[in-house]
Design a protein around this ligand. Structure first.
Ligand SMILES: [Zn+2]
Length: 64
């Protein structure tokens, strides 16, 4: 499911890399947009919505 070539080590953990700014993230910080990972800042920039870090699932994202 997760492409290992796009993972990095962050805070001692293996985690995704933001596809928009290249920031290294933990899985707890990474927010999925379609098939990409985004950090919190990029997520808000790309989706225009406030992200939630409390485990709420985001649905209905636009796909282009
Ligand atoms: Zn980012």
């Amino acid at each position: 499911m997760v492409d290992a070539s796009r993972l990095g080590i962050h805070q001692g953990q293996l985690g995704p890399i933001c596809d928009f700014c290249g920031a290294r993230l933990t899985f707890g910080q990474a927010l999925p947009i379609d098939e990409k990972w985004a950090c919190n800042d990029c997520y808000r920039e790309v989706t225009g919505v406030e992200s939630s870090v409390d485990g709420k699932q985001v649905e209905g994202l636009p796909i282009d």
